[in-house]
Design a protein around this ligand. Structure first.
Ligand code: SF4
Length: 57
């Protein structure tokens, strides 16, 4: 389980700035979350201005 970033991400970087485990980095299309280091804290979801971050399934 890890949070995921969808295609509506505008690559603003707000999420990466708040992640306590530095799990978010800029990918080819948009920002991406590393599922191996994400601890499901939800901090990034609250910061995203476009609502592009959701809990994984
Ligand atoms: Fe980082 Fe928390 Fe978002 Fe996971 S849920 S990517 S640990 S801010």
């Amino acid at each position: 389980m890890a949070y995921v970033i969808t295609d509506t991400c505008i690559s603003c970087g707000a999420c990466a700035a708040v992640c306590p485990t530095e799990s978010i980095s800029e990918g080819a299309e948009h920002y991406e979350i590393n599922p191996d280091t994400c601890i499901d804290c939800g901090a990034c979801e609250a910061e995203c201005p476009t609502g592009s971050i959701h809990p994984g399934e």
